[in-house]
Design a protein around this ligand. Sequence first.
Ligand SMILES: Cc1cc2nc3c(=O)[nH]c(=O)nc-3n(C[C@H](O)[C@H](O)[C@H](O)COP(=O)(O)OP(=O)(O)OC[C@H]3O[C@@H](n4cnc5c(N)ncnc54)[C@H](O)[C@@H]3O)c2cc1C
Length: 345
Amino acid sequence: MVFNLPQTANPKHETTLTTLIIGAGLSGLTAAHQLQQNGHSVTLLDKGRGVGGRLATRRLGRDAEASRADHGAQYFSARSPELQALVHNWQAQGLVQEWHIEQSDPASFQHPRYAVTGGMSQLAKQLAQGLDVRTGERATYLTQTDTGWQVRCDSGLTLSADALLLTLPAPQAIALLNESGVTLAEADQQALTSIHYEPCLAVMLRLNQPSQLPKPGGLKLPDGPVSWLADNQQKGVSEQPTVTIHASHAYSQQHLDDADLTALIPELLAAVSDYVPADRIVESQMHRWRYSNATKRHPDPMLAATLPGSGTLLFGGDGFGNGNVEGAFLSGLAMARHVTGQRAA
Ligand SMILES: Cc1cc2nc3c(=O)[nH]c(=O)nc-3n(C[C@H](O)[C@H](O)[C@H](O)COP(=O)(O)OP(=O)(O)OC[C@H]3O[C@@H](n4cnc5c(N)ncnc54)[C@H](O)[C@@H]3O)c2cc1C
């Protein structure tokens, strides 16, 4: 693993600074990795069963290893030198490959996009190696202490640290702060409430024959209820044919709170029947992303809360800076820089 930040703390001569990170998506994992490399003691908490958050890959069918579908992020960019260095390593390991989705519109090509062998969640698993990650732990209550922060989870697990990093989507962070009775300075509160996410309903299909999506297996649809269609077999995610469908933001917003999401599947399949003939579908599953892409973001890659007393509270994730996968990565680096910079000062 290559991170380009200099080490700013010397763990041999200083007391280890502890950091708690809520959220083991890409931003949290990146921050944790970087902090640990700099001699910090880091623990990540995530409510999910596994790591990755929106870097999500689902196994379908009985032979679950053979049929997989990315149902969150589909591909990512690497325009920053920091992520380019990592991608270079991942490519050498065969974990990541360029996905030429711009082939359908060469005029719009500006920079390469990458897909992950075996699915996007493999990236998160790779980054999580060697980190103290507690999955299945939903943080429900935050308390500012004399020296930092205490976090309580719904399992009863309670942990304390000098610094607390919140990497969940801003609306969820605000809800957690409100439930905990933590009041932010007005400017910080406004910064968080101005961040906006759009929802996305995702359908995953297992097929008994390959789809009819043209190479390289990714397609944006301009109109109608479906906005994106991907062939996970062509993309290198799945051995067996599977397809991911993303409903448009407007359609997803309209149906977000429907009690039975599966009732929407026939309408969504009808919109993609040219590419996915109905008689090839042997299984379908749905997933509701209440927060998919951050369409209104804070301009900086992270936010340090202004609070009375000691203890650091940082906000990060894709709601800050560039958004998307690369933005989440850069936000994680920025949070780590902030903590290690404080330490060095
Ligand atoms: C449908 C969809 C399509 C997308 N397509 C693309 C794409 O093609 N390219 C691209 O670059 N980006 C895409 N994105 C966006 C990309 O996935 C995100 O920008 C990025 O993964 C966000 O990472 P993050 O670490 O900021 O947040 P997340 O991955 O959301 O991580 C936050 C973590 O916090 C955890 N959490 C939340 N609340 C709590 C709690 N109370 N206690 C403990 N844990 C908690 C969650 O379980 C989650 O794991 C897409 C997203 C979606 C949903």
